[in-house]
Design a protein around this ligand. Structure first.
Ligand SMILES: Cc1cc2nc3c(=O)[nH]c(=O)nc-3n(C[C@H](O)[C@H](O)[C@H](O)COP(=O)(O)OP(=O)(O)OC[C@H]3O[C@@H](n4cnc5c(N)ncnc54)[C@H](O)[C@@H]3O)c2cc1C
Length: 828
């Protein structure tokens, strides 16, 4: 023991120092003091001296700048500069555009939860709430989704009018320009509510308030552009669209072949300097009805009219629809969700330089402008749409699963259905927390580059899962389209949200971790910047500061991962209450594991990491689920820890934690350098993988919450359109739920009595009459059962049509063909 003691003390102190991130001098001093104590306690002197020498060998070169800077830091800087991945302009712009919020803490390996929990709970102003309760509620009431998606393939004129008149297109436009000047949170709530009744309406309103002419003019426009266009965009005199994508440039948007040549031309009768544009765009939302087109193109100045630069770069312009040579009007048909979307093209369309967004000064800065404001829109429109659809899917499916009976039971009582219902409940709860927290980040003034990609990817994926589960639970009722179907269109449309604003496969495998690893990492970006500084002592000092910060950080994360892995993250300080503390601890654990894996991957793979999309995607999943779980916990705190929500919270967090472990283990099992993968596995899962998905009992509790009126269900339903109007079949079904639940005991009593009797009445009214006569039920209960029957019929009924109603309006039956067809039938 006397020999082992100094070594044990050394290892313990090193572990404690690494865990708590003590500074090197503190660790060295503590170790020295402990060794003296060991000697005084009679430990073997040779062992004490040996450990002291080891400590000195580590500490002295690192603590003495005269040794460290020239002999350690400088060679490492040389090596680092060689392996530093070259940053493309696109990547650099993307990295410089975003801000870092709480997600930075998740990358730190030791999140400071105070940063999250101190953020104020998101709230709306009285004016914003009044808009939701007034014009927004009214617009929902006007919505007949079947009429929009099937009969007219457009919004009716009165809805267009209402939207413009009430400035739905100008939610983000400041009041001084005649807009509503709403916060990002209000924007989120409006889109969420509209999406709960119709995704066509929500995307029609969402797009002008997302990345497009208004947002770009607000940030970069000249004063003239602001004064002219913003008031017109706010009140709908101008309908905007934004055209970036074309047949040759989809995900790789910077490769657009559309070009503009600087030249002289005529504009409003004067000969001015401008650009002649040639473009071919597709998939452009609102293009068929747009009056103002935001256009991305590459600008060239072959004659040197503006200066020496020939390839000026991607630039953005405002094209009035009636500009000579612009060709718009035809429509795409995106998965039976006929919001206005279509191609547009033009050849040699002349516009003056004053039509460039921001004027000549912003020529060539188009990509930077897009990326700088992209995450603002990406944080709102698609996540909020998924939230509205997800919430409505959960509420309607819960009610339907209670009302619909098979084998004498509500289908929601069968375990198989409960599994899907629990997934719906958990996913809807999670989407809501994630979309709201990301909108709140924008409302706080952040430009959340990484959270916006997380929210876009995961909200739309979970939205698709909710739609799919809801369809399965509804059976034929979900399949048969018509005015009574409230699910089919959401299910059809779910891949649209997956595809737009960066298709999800790329968002996951390239962007979330790719941006997060550099932007959110506490040291990497600083190191890169130091390595790119001009050579000299200042560069070495700056690199030194960050490099050793980084090394300490990496050692700490390895120790923390191991400790958390061994203890199952069941000890340690964490915020929250008795119920949530364990969740915070789990997140502390995986935050350390993520930081460790991220560092190791970057160190080993350098610039090649961005081509290792599977690894990047899996580490992105870990970061995403950490962010999602944090949003869930924050929401729970903001809502004053409602006990009734605990099954939803628990289901969602356990689901996130399970996904984190799956992603981590897949990343390590497939780690490009196998022995390193094994080592990381030993540090992160020293006693194996333990997290399991939510259990059956918890799933049953979460599912049950959807099938009976209660406060957790009401909270989940907050912000969607549930007024049981004629064209809101989901709202109507939901409105039946309380009465259905109340009538169930009477129904059971009645059915039992029926079973034990020998009455011969076959129709339901006759059976009820018989029930009253026999005294099984009272007259009041008869009324209750009659009402139950009517509500059930409405809930389960589906539509049917004449062939003519289903035919496309343009279709003309060909008489000859019909004749031939008839003759063939006659022969057979
Ligand atoms: C209904 C609809 C509305 C739209 N509205 C607009 C609009 O208003 N304005 C506008 O400019 N654009 C709009 N778009 C375009 C949209 O942003 C693009 O569809 C999207 O960027 C993907 O481009 P793509 O469809 O050509 O797919 P592709 O680029 O061909 O991609 C196909 C698949 O390959 C994947 N992929 C591509 N590269 C990588 C990679 N490096 N790593 C991993 N996976 C990769 C993608 O994720 C995708 O799954 C809209 C699209 C649709 C369908």
């Amino acid at each position: 023991m006397s020999i082992a003691l100094p070594f044990i003390v050394f290892v313990l102190l090193a572990g404690i120092a690494a865990y708590h991130r003590l500074r090197l001098p503190v660790w060295a001093a503590l170790t020295a003091a402990a060794l003296v104590a060991c000697a005084l306690l009679g430990a073997n002197v040779v062992a004490v001296v040996l450990v002291a020498v080891i400590t000195a060998l580590i500490a002295v070169p690192l603590l003495v700048p005269a040794i460290r800077l020239p002999y350690i830091t400088k060679p490492l800087l040389g090596f680092y500069t060689k392996i530093l991945p070259p940053l493309s302009d696109t990547e650099r712009v993307a990295l410089e555009a975003g801000t870092v919020g709480f997600e930075g803490e998740l990358f730190s390996g030791r999140p400071d939860w105070k940063v999250l929990l101190d953020q104020p709970a998101p709230t709306l102003t009285a004016e914003e709430q009044a808009f939701l309760d007034g014009p927004c509620e009214e617009l929902c009431a006007m919505t007949n989704d079947w009429d929009i998606t099937h009969v007219r393939a457009d919004l009716p004129p009165e809805m267009w009018e209402f939207i413009k008149k009430n400035r739905f297109f100008g939610m983000i436009v400041p009041k001084e320009y005649g807009g509503l000047g709403f916060s990002a949170l209000a924007n989120h709530k409006v889109i969420q509510k509209l999406a709960s009744i119709s995704s066509v309406v929500s995307s029609t309103v969402g797009v002008p308030n997302s990345l497009g002419p208004a947002e770009l003019i607000m940030h970069y426009g000249t004063e003239e552009q602001k004064d002219h266009y913003l008031p017109r965009l706010a009140d709908g005199r101008e309908v905007p669209c934004f055209a970036l994508t074309g047949p040759w440039a989809g995900s790789d948007a910077t490769s657009i072949p559309d070009f503009g040549i600087v030249c002289m031309g005529e504009w409003n009768g004067a000969n001015v300097v401008g650009v002649k544009l040639t473009f071919d765009k597709r998939y452009i939302t609102l293009a068929p009805v747009a009056t103002l087109i935001g256009m991305a193109f590459r600008m060239y100045d072959p004659d040197g009219i503006l200066g020496d630069t020939r390839d000026i770069g991607i630039s953005l312009a405002l094209l009035p629809r009636d500009t000579d040579g612009v060709n718009v009007g035809r429509r795409h048909f995106p998965l039976n969700s006929p919001f206005q979307n279509g191609p547009l093209d033009g050849r040699e369309v002349f516009i003056p330089l004053s039509q460039l967004i921001g004027g000549e000064a912003q020529a060539g800065k188009g990509w930077q402008m897009l990326v700088e404001v992209l995450s603002i829109g990406r944080s709102i429109t698609l996540p909020s749409t998924a939230s509205g659809g997800g919430k409505m899917g959960a509420i309607a499916t819960g009610a339907y699963a209670r009302i619909r009976k098979q084998f004498g039971l509500s289908i929601g009582r069968f375990e198989g259905v409960q599994e899907a219902l629990a997934r719906i409940a958990g996913n809807a709860y999670t989407i809501s927390a994630l979309s709201e927290s990301t909108a709140a980040a924008v409302a706080r003034g952040e430009n959340p580059a990484v959270p916006s990609t997380i929210a876009k990817y995961h909200c739309t994926e979970m939205g698709r899962q909710v739609a799919q589960d809801a369809m399965d639970i509804h059976g034929g009722k979900g399949i048969i389209l018509g005015p009574k179907n409230y699910l089919g269109r959401s299910w059809q449309a779910s891949p649209i949200a997956i595809t737009v604003e960066g298709a999800n496969i790329m968002t996951r495998s390239l962007m979330i971790f790719g941006q997060g690893a550099i932007l959110c990492h506490p040291w990497v970006l600083k190191e890169m910047k130091a390595a790119m500084m001009p050579e000299g002592p200042e560069q070495v000092r700056e690199f030194d500061r960050n490099l050793f910060g980084h090394i300490g950080f990496a050692i700490s994360n390895a120790v923390r991962s191991l400790w958390f892995g061994v203890t199952g993250a069941s000890v340690g300080t964490a915020p929250g209450d008795a119920y949530t503390r364990r969740y915070y601890r789990k997140l502390n654990r995986y935050s350390a594991a993520l930081a460790l894996c991220a560092d190791t991957s970057m160190l080993l793979l350098g610039g090649k990491l961005k081509f290792k999309e599977s690894l990047s995607g899996r580490l992105g999943d870990v970061l995403s689920q950490l962010y999602i779980a944090s949003a869930l916990l924050k929401r729970y705190e903001d809502q004053s820890r409602p006990e009734a929500d605990q099954p939803l919270l628990a289901w969602s967090i356990l689901n996130a934690v399970h996904k984190i472990e799956l992603a981590l283990s897949d990343a390590l099992r497939n780690f490009p350098v196998r022995p390193v993968g094994w080592l990381l596995w030993a540090l992160i899962f020293p006693i194996g993988r333990r997290a399991t998905p939510p259990g059956d009992r918890l799933s049953r509790r979460a599912a049950s919450l959807l099938m009976v009126p209660n406060e957790a269900r009401d909270r989940l339903a907050e912000g969607i359109y549930l007024t049981p109007t004629e064209h809101n079949p989901a709202g109507r079904i939901n409105s039946f739920l309380a009465a259905v639940v109340l009538a169930e005991p009477v129904e059971r009593k009645f059915l039992k009595a029926m079973k034990n009797s020998d009455i011969e009445a076959l129709t339901f009214p006759e059976q009820l009459d018989e029930g009253v006569r026999e005294g099984w039920i009272t007259a009041d209960e008869r009324g209750q059962l009659q009402a139950l029957r009517e509500m059930t019929i409405e809930a389960i009924s589906v539509d049917d049509f004449d062939t003519e109603e289903l035919r496309s309006a343009g279709y003309k039956a060909e008489p000859e063909f019909e004749l031939l067809d008839a003759r063939e039938h006659a022969i057979s």
